[in-house]
Structure formats: structure tokens, C-alpha cells
Design a protein. Structure first.
Length: 223
């Protein structure tokens, strides 16, 4: 099992609650904070500690000693002012890594300006993931790296099996760069052009979103 980490989740809306539960179930130490006492009580059964406080109050956040946590997550996405203040105060409190939730690109840029180490747009990211997986059946998992690029796991097309990466000409034909191959319990990192693709392999790839349609065009394996 991975070494457990400590997280402080500031804001217990739907995303914050889901995050608290998932982190706790993974064995991590979790501090859950919100102004809403009902939400705090609900999360008390999952979190290591659940506290009612105003996460936009600088003195209140400093009292929580956020610098002791590996990651502080600010999940107040609907109220830009509160999100910005909580992110700023978390950084000032000495938090090692601050992750903030945003609803749009403008909010993302603002949160990055005030010091967020990473900004996530969960609704947009999940929408992109589901739309891509539904559109391209060979894609097993998809992570949007940006609006233009994605990281995905795909099942090999039938015509790729028992042929090398070079012979299949995958990069040129399908616009896909293979970063790794999952094979059984092992992983082949940066596979060489002469690596043969086997049935049951999972290809870990990166590509431009505009090239994804090639997977459907070439689904019959005729390159």
C-alpha cells in the first residue's frame, strides 16, 4: 500500500465531500473544514478530524497549522472571492501544496495568480473524459491534460496485435504517441519501435484531441 499522506479539505460541497470520503477510504489522514455544521457532522464519520470554521478567515486558517499537511485542497468553486481568499491564506500558512477547484478558465487563471500550485476543473474534466470514452470505444480511460491534449489508455486495434509499433506506424497513422505498455502485472516504459504489441496489452498514450477521430477512422486496422 502507498504511504499515507495528510490532506486538509477546505469546503464540503459535493466535490469536497467526495474527496474526503475517497481520501479517507484510501487510508490517508484527512482534515475536513466548512462553515456549514451539518456538512461537518456528515463528514466526521470519514475524516480524521472535521471542523466548523470560516475558511476565508485568515486567523482561523492560521490556527489550523496548514503547513503540517502534505496537501491542502480548496474546493469552494462557486464563490470566487472565498476561493481566492482561502487559497491565498492557505499559501501564507505554509501549506506545501495547494490544489484549488475552479469552474472556468478565468477562475483558474486567478487562482494560479494568487498561488495555487494546481487548479482543477472537475466538471469540465469529467465531461471531457466521459464524452471521449463514449465516442471512442477503444479508449479505456482518458485524462484531459488541457483542451488540446489528453492522456489515455487504449486497447490495441486487432490489426496492431502481433506486429511491432514501427510496422503498425501508429504515430503517423493514428496521431498517437505510446508512452508505456501495460502487460499483465508489468509495465514497459518508453517501448522501443521494435516492441511487439500483444493481445491483452493496454497502451498508455498521449495525443492531440483533434486526432482522436483517427481511432474510429482506422478502427478496421487498415492504415
Amino acid at each position: 500500500m502507498n504511504k499515507s499522506k495528510s490532506f486538509a479539505v477546505l469546503g464540503l460541497g459535493r466535490f469536497g465531500k467526495s474527496l474526503v470520503r475517497s481520501l479517507a477510504e484510501s487510508g490517508h489522514e484527512v482534515l475536513a473544514c466548512d462553515t456549514n455544521m451539518e456538512a461537518v457532522r456528515e463528514m466526521a464519520q470519514y475524516a480524521t478530524e472535521a471542523v466548523q470554521l470560516d475558511v476565508t478567515d485568515e486567523m482561523a486558517l492560521h490556527s489550523m497549522d496548514l503547513g503540517q499537511f502534505d496537501v491542502v485542497v480548496v474546493t469552494i468553486g462557486t464563490d470566487l472571492t472565498s476561493s481566492v481568499m482561502a487559497t491565498l491564506f492557505a499559501k501564507q500558512s505554509g501549506a506545501k501544496l495547494v490544489v484549488a477547484k475552479a469552474y472556468n478558465e478565468t477562475q483558474k487563471l486567478i487562482l494560479e495568480k494568487v498561488g495555487a500550485d494546481r487548479v482543477v476543473l472537475p466538471e469540465w474534466e469529467m465531461g471531457a473524459k466521459i464524452a471521449t470514452e463514449l465516442s471512442y470505444p477503444n479508449i479505456l480511460d482518458y485524462i484531459a491534460l488541457s483542451k488540446d491534449y489528453g492522456l489515455m489508455e487504449i486497447a490495441p486495434l486487432p490489426a496492431w496485435i502481433n506486429h511491432t509499433i514501427l510496422k503498425n506506424n501508429i504515430r503517423a497513422a493514428a496521431g498517437i504517441n505510446i508512452m508505456a505498455i501495460k502487460r499483465g502485472d508489468g509495465v514497459i516504459i518508453s517501448p522501443k519501435p521494435d516492441e511487439i504489441i500483444h493481445s491483452g496489452d493496454i497502451l498508455v498514450t498521449i495525443c492531440e484531441k483533434k486526432d482522436l477521430h483517427r481511432l474510429n477512422i482506422y478502427a478496421d486496422g487498415k492504415f
